[in-house]
Write a new protein. Structure first.
Length: 259
């Protein structure tokens, strides 16, 4: 069965992979973008302009857009505007983050508020929480490579996952229909940032020196405890070492271009 699917954030690092995966499965995919020519349909989640036209006749919406640069503050209004045109869709799939209900991080609180808006809307939905992407952690290490000394919260725990593996899971959930809160989706291994950085340094000889910076408060304790991980939901896929052995610098450049 061919579904008509609208993807928000479809020009981003994850969204492009989701769009590609869905099109490989034969779906009719629309990509919403504020910029003319970047997607298939021009629309602005901030104002709601153009969204109704983009969503006309749509079966499924994949909501992968997020304003990271402003800590997700606009995301709540974006989600509310999208929900106004989602009446009648078979499923709205929202891409979220593992641990947002346990870590009092500003961006996470806004993501959690978006989840609640979707739950309260009555729109058939799936909420998929994933752990941090290889590409995100790679971008951090890429940024500090040239520094004489790289200060990092080395005792933070992560369960990095490839964006491509998350895109594959999203495509599976689109096919299976709305399930409410889907099982969390994490990468193959839980490791400290010190372990992740050591793999990076062994492969790239940079950064030359790292040292641990203490992060006080509830946020620091949560990341040290691994509240952003889901060890009970480990999924096969690309490991961190495999990602680093590929071309993480190029992956970082692609991610930066499509933020």
């Amino acid at each position: 069965m061919v579904d008509r699917i609208l993807v928000t954030g479809g020009t981003g690092a994850l969204g492009r992979l989701v769009v590609g995966r869905l099109r490989e499965q034969g779906h009719d995919v629309r990509v919403l973008s504020r910029r003319s020519g970047a997607g298939t349909h021009v629309g602005d989640l901030r104002t709601g302009e153009g969204i109704s036209e983009a969503a006309a006749g749509i079966d499924v919406i994949v909501h992968a857009a997020s304003d990271v640069r402003r800590w997700g503050g606009p995301d709540i209004a974006h989600t509310e505007n999208l929900l106004r045109v989602a009446r009648g869709v078979e499923q709205l799939l929202y891409v979220s983050i593992v641990g947002i209900d346990r870590i009092p991080f500003r961006y996470y609180r806004n993501k959690l508020a978006c989840e609640q808006r979707i739950i309260d809307s009555g729109v058939p939905h799936t909420i998929l929480r994933a752990t941090q992407f290889h590409e995100l952690l790679g971008s951090v290490l890429q940024t500090v490579e040239g520094w004489p000394v790289a200060p990092l919260p080395l005792d933070f725990r992560f369960q990095p996952v490839a964006a491509a593996d998350v895109a594959r899971r999203i495509a599976e959930l689109v096919k299976s229909g709305p399930v409410g809160r889907a099982p969390d989706f994490g990468g193959p291994e839980v490791q400290t940032l010190a372990q992740l950085a050591e793999v990076w340094r062994a492969a790239r000889q940079r950064p030359r020196r790292v040292f641990r910076i203490p992060v006080p408060g509830k946020i620091g304790r949560a990341f040290r405890a691994g509240e952003n991980t889901c060890p009970d939901h480990v999924h096969d896929g690309q490991t961190w070492a495999q990602f680093v052995a590929s071309d993480p610098a190029n992956a970082y450049r692609r991610t930066a271009r499509h933020r």
